[in-house]
Each structure stands twice: as structure tokens, then as C-alpha cells.
Design a protein around this ligand. Structure first.
Ligand SMILES: C[S@@+](CC[C@H](N)C(=O)[O-])C[C@H]1O[C@@H](n2cnc3c(N)ncnc32)[C@H](O)[C@@H]1O
Length: 296
């Protein structure tokens, strides 16, 4: 099961009170919402959002016995405004975005998030992708070499972006790139031996860049925090946990602007990061950064 990151730091930092409406914009395994339910049961209403229908199902099983006041939306948090409109809710009190991917998706989604399993290259948080939805397979088999290189550099900070993108284009001329293992093989063939024996797997950055692109993660985050902040009540709080410097930069910059405009105050002057104990128990937490802001 997904281990929630910075669980107590988030719930304490949001300073939730009885009667609040709390939006969990990334339900995932439902861990953060479960903590809210344990502390407040039905006295806090929860709106649980996730793009992945499996996450919603898992969360329902976990939460429904603890709190009868939960509404679920299978949608992107970038649509938080229309989600709230459809529920006839104007303003809310607390919002959490714990962005990225859950361990469940990494381990059992079958959608190609992990380079350790041979799966189709989908990488979408959505489960039922249609022709209209972008997939990693489409990027790898149809995008220009320069565009592939640009995302590997921009979203993956991959030092061998040039070599990997070249190898991708050469390989797809022979046959389409279909699975995660096809991609891992290409990355290994394009990178020097020393790169294969480091702490992080040589495919880590390429996979991250593809996932961020497929899910339009940076733009979703920008839209989500902007629309979420607009819908907060006075003294409402917004918390974001990010796992990547690009995402953290978006949040930091947005919070800074709100402070300059005098419409909010940042609760976390420096981002909160997991303790060594948490990192030992859950190594995936190591790059997490939590920032919280309060509306004035
Ligand atoms: C790290 S997990 C959340 C874990 C959760 N806080 C917990 O404690 O169990 C991130 C979740 O966000 C979802 N997600 C990612 N981007 C999303 C978006 N734009 N809109 C809605 N859900 C999104 C993913 O499908 C995933 O289930």
C-alpha cells in the first residue's frame, strides 16, 4: 500500500478544524484523507479527487466507514473549479495536492510507470486512455528527435538526453518501441557503462520526463494551485507536496507572488522535508518538499 508522505506534518500544517471543507486533490491511497477522518470523522467534509479510478475505489474502501461526508471526483485537480461548481460548493477551507504518482500505480497499474516491469508504454494517471490521450508510446514513436531531447533535458535533467533521443529515433526506424523493457534497452545502449552502475537506474530520468509530459504535470500544477487558491475562504490553507525541483519551483514562485500581492502569507518559510526516520522507512519520500500558504 502507498505510504503517505509527511502525513502528520501535512495534517498539522493545514490546521484543519471541525466544520471545514477539505479538498484532497490527489487521493491516491487515501492516506492523508484517512488521517483527517481519524481526527475529525464526519465533522469535516472531504472532496476527494483523483484522475485514477482505481485510486478512488481504494480510497472509498478505506474512508467510507470513517466519514459519511465524502464526495469523490474522478478528474484532474486542474479542474477544481468545475468540480466544486458541480457540487454547488463556492469556497473551501483546506486543500492538499500531493502530486506525482502513488506506489500502487508504480507497482501494479500495468501502465508502464516502472522500468522494472515489462509493460506497455502508457504512463498516464488515467486508466482508460482513448485515442485522444497522449501516451509515452506516442511520444517515443512519433515526436521529433529535438522534442524528445527537449523533454528529457527539461523534465528529466537527463545528461545523456542527446544520445538517448538519437537512439530512440534510430530504434523506431527498425520497429516501434512498445514496452518499458524496449525503452530500457535503448537507454542502456545509448549511455556509457558507468551510468549503469550508479545509485539511480539509468532509465529513471527518462521515465520521469515522459510521465511529466504525458500527464502535463507542470501545467496541471500551475492551474490547480491558481484555481484552488481562488476558491479558498479567508484563512483557508493550501498545502502542496512536490517531489521534483521543477514542481517545487512552480509552488515557491506562486506562493511568493501571493505574498507580494499581500493576499496570502506563507506558513512554511522553508519547505518541510521528511525526517531521516521517514526516509529510512519510505525511501520514496526522500525528495519530498511540503509548502503551505494561508489566504488573508
Ligand atoms: C502521491 S499520490 C497521493 C497519495 C495520497 N496523498 C495518500 O496519502 O495516499 C498522487 C495521486 O495523485 C494523482 N494525480 C496526479 N496528478 C493528478 C491530477 N492532475 N489530478 C488528479 N489526480 C492526480 C495520481 O493518480 C495519484 O493517485
Amino acid at each position: 500500500m502507498h505510504k503517505s508522505v509527511l502525513l502528520h506534518e501535512v495534517i498539522d500544517g493545514l490546521n484543519i478544524k471541525k466544520g471545514d471543507i477539505f479538498v484532497d486533490g490527489t487521493l491516491g491511497g487515501g492516506g492523508h484523507s484517512e488521517e483527517v477522518c481519524k481526527r475529525f470523522s464526519d465533522t469535516v467534509s472531504i472532496i476527494g479527487i483523483d484522475l485514477d479510478p482505481d485510486a478512488i475505489l481504494r480510497a472509498k474502501e478505506r474512508l467510507n466507514l470513517l466519514n459519511q461526508n465524502i464526495k469523490y471526483a474522478q478528474d484532474s485537480f486542474r479542474n477544481i473549479d468545475t468540480i466544486l461548481d458541480s457540487l454547488n460548493i463556492k469556497q473551501v477551507d483546506r486543500i492538499l495536492f500531493d502530486i506525482g504518482l502513488s506506489s500502487n500505480q508504480f507497482e501494479d497499474s500495468g501502465r508502464g510507470f516502472s522500468f522494472q516491469k515489462d509493460e506497455p508504454l502508457i504512463m498516464s494517471f488515467k486508466k482508460d486512455v482513448t485515442e485522444k490521450d497522449l501516451t509515452a508510446r506516442e511520444i517515443l514513436n512519433s515526436w521529433d528527435e529535438e522534442n524528445i531531447r527537449a523533454i528529457l533535458e527539461g523534465y528529466g535533467e537527463e545528461q545523456f538526453a542527446w544520445k538517448i533521443s538519437k537512439a530512440i529515433v534510430a530504434r523506431r526506424e527498425i520497429k516501434p518501441i512498445e514496452t518499458t523493457f524496449d525503452l530500457v534497452e535503448i537507454i542502456k545502449s545509448a549511455t556509457p557503462k558507468f551510468y549503469h552502475h550508479r545509485k539511480i537506474h539509468p532509465a529513471t530520468k527518462t521515465f520521469q520526463a515522459l510521465r511529466i509530459t504525458v500527464n502535463d504535470e507542470i501545467e496541471s500544477l500551475k492551474e490547480g494551485v491558481l484555481k484552488g487558491f481562488e476558491r479558498l475562504n479567508k484563512n483557508g490553507r493550501l498545502a502542496v507536496i512536490s517531489f521534483h525541483s521543477l514542481e517545487d519551483r512552480v509552488v515557491k514562485q506562486f506562493f511568493k507572488e501571493l505574498n507580494i500581492q499581500g493576499v496570502a502569507t506563507t506558513i512554511t518559510r522553508k519547505p518541510i522535508t521528511p525526517s531521516e526516520k521517514e526516509i529510512n522507512l519510505n525511501p520514496r519520500a526522500r525528495s519530498a518538499k511540503l509548502r503551505i500558504i494561508e489566504k488573508l
